[in-house]
Design a protein. Structure first.
Length: 269
C-alpha cells in the first residue's frame, strides 16, 4: 500500500511539473490575458482519470497555486481586497480546480479516449466560464468596457479558450491511442504491443503530423478572429485569414498522415 502511495505521489508530481512547463509554452498569447498553450491541462486530466476525483482535485488545486504564482503580475492592475480575491478565485483557483472533475467522466462502459475527450471539453468549458466571471466583474472598466462587460468577456475569453479546448481534445485523442492509463502503471495500448518497432514509429509519426497540422491551422485562424483594438472576438476577421495557406497545411497534414498510416499498416502485416 505504501509503495502504491509513493508511486502515485511521484507520478503526480512529474505530471504536475509537466503541466506547469507546458503552460508557459504559448502558441498564442492574448494582449489582455489568456493564451493558447501546448496541452497544458492534459497531464492534470490524466491524473484525475487515473486516481479519481479527490486526488484529481488536490493536484488541480496545487496546479492552481502554481499558476497563481506565475500570474502575480496581474494583481498589479487591480486594487482592493475584493477585486484581488475575486481575481485569485475565478482566474486561478476555481479556473484550474475544475480540472480535477475530469475523473467524473471515467466509466466502465466508456473508452479511455471518449472519457478523456469528454473531460477535456467539459472542464475546458467550466474553466472558460470562470474566466468569463472574472472578465465582467474584476476586469470591468479596466480592460473590459463597463457597458458591454458580459458580452465582451464572453467573446474575448472564447478567442483563446475555444482553440485551447480543441487542441486539448486533440491531444487527449492522441495520447489515449498511444498510452493506456487504466493499469497500475502507464503502459502502451494493447494494440501497439504486437506491432513492430518500424510500424509503431510510422504510426506515431502519422499521428504527430496530423496533430502538428491541426495546431498550425488553429494558429493561422485564431489571431485573425481577434480585434486588434479591443482584443475581443471578431468573426469578421475570418475574411482576412489566408485560407489558401490553411488549406495547404490541412491537405499536407492529411496526406502525410494517410501515407505514413498506410506504410505502418503495410509493415505490420
Amino acid at each position: 500500500m505504501q509503495q502504491k502511495s509513493v508511486y502515485r505521489l511521484v507520478e503526480s508530481a512529474l505530471l504536475l511539473a509537466m503541466a506547469a512547463v507546458l503552460s508557459v509554452i504559448k502558441i498564442i498569447d492574448m494582449p489582455y490575458g489568456g493564451s493558447v498553450t501546448a496541452f497544458s491541462m492534459l497531464p492534470l486530466l490524466i491524473i484525475a482519470y487515473r486516481y479519481g476525483t479527490k486526488w484529481g482535485m488536490l493536484t488541480a488545486f496545487t496546479y492552481s497555486l502554481i499558476q497563481l504564482l506565475l500570474g502575480m503580475e496581474n494583481f498589479s492592475y487591480v486594487t482592493g481586497f475584493t477585486s484581488m480575491a475575486a481575481l485569485a478565485l475565478f482566474d486561478y483557483l476555481l479556473a484550474f480546480l475544475v480540472l480535477g472533475l475530469g475523473a467524473l467522466f471515467r466509466r466502465q462502459n466508456t473508452s479511455q479516449t471518449a472519457s478523456l475527450v469528454l473531460a477535456a471539453v467539459v472542464t475546458g468549458v467550466l474553466r472558460y466560464l470562470c474566466h468569463c466571471v472574472s472578465g465582467f466583474t474584476v476586469w470591468r472598466d479596466l480592460s473590459v468596457p463597463f457597458s458591454q462587460s458580459l458580452a465582451y468577456s464572453l467573446s474575448y475569453n472564447a478567442t483563446y479558450m475555444i482553440p485551447e479546448i480543441i487542441i486539448l481534445a486533440i491531444g487527449a485523442v492522441y495520447i489515449s491511442r498511444v498510452l493506456s492509463f487504466d493499469n497500475a502503471g502507464i503502459t502502451r495500448v494493447a494494440a501497439q504491443k504486437t506491432a513492430s518497432p518500424a510500424a509503431l514509429t510510422f504510426s506515431i509519426l502519422a499521428k504527430t503530423a496530423l496533430l502538428v497540422a491541426a495546431v498550425w491551422v488553429v494558429v493561422l485562424i485564431a489571431p485573425a478572429m481577434q480585434s486588434a483594438d479591443s482584443g475581443e472576438l471578431f468573426l469578421a476577421g475570418l475574411a482576412g485569414v489566408k485560407w489558401l495557406t490553411v488549406a495547404i497545411v490541412a491537405a499536407v497534414g492529411a496526406a502525410v498522415f494517410g501515407v505514413l498510416t498506410l506504410i505502418s499498416k503495410k509493415i505490420s502485416k
